[in-house]
Design a protein around this ligand. Sequence first.
Ligand code: S3P
Length: 169
Amino acid sequence: MKVFLIGFMGSGKTSTGKELAKLLDYRFVDMDDLIVQRAGMSIPEIFSRFGEERFREIETEVLRDLVNEDDLVVSCGGGVVVKERNHFLLKQGGKVVFLMASPEVIYERVKDDTNRPLLNVPDPMDRIRDLLNQRMEKYLNVSDLQIDTDGRSPSEVAEEIARLIRADG
Ligand code: S3P
């Protein structure tokens, strides 16, 4: 079995994913780390040198490789739902869990981070709302489970996901 955590930047996919992997006794991988490894450069560097489209291509390549793995919790990049080609890979690959967070909470979690080129703009809050609007329907359509993360710790969220996954068999 595989669990894909999807959701906006700052929704807690990585910290929750690490906790969840421990609870399920699965391995944990972060797609952004695999992208950095594959490209041999940081995410801001990929964006500035080759553009977002190239980043999205590498993202899909990484996802394709993961589909063959088992007993894995995957923290996906926030934009993994942008390309329709990834939806089928996610859905056939395992359980897809959408971590939901409000724009205000997202902003607080990401505001000091320089590693997210899409939010490196004069008005990040406006960009967060805009991208969330563009992506919300996709996050909802692709996911099997939706979990609200506002005001909850990664371990609380991970425990709820583990409980729901076990209950589902
Ligand atoms: C992106 C999210 C980032 C990273 C890249 C693009 C997005 O991942 O993949 O900066 O389009 O939302 P996190 O959600 O792990 O920050």
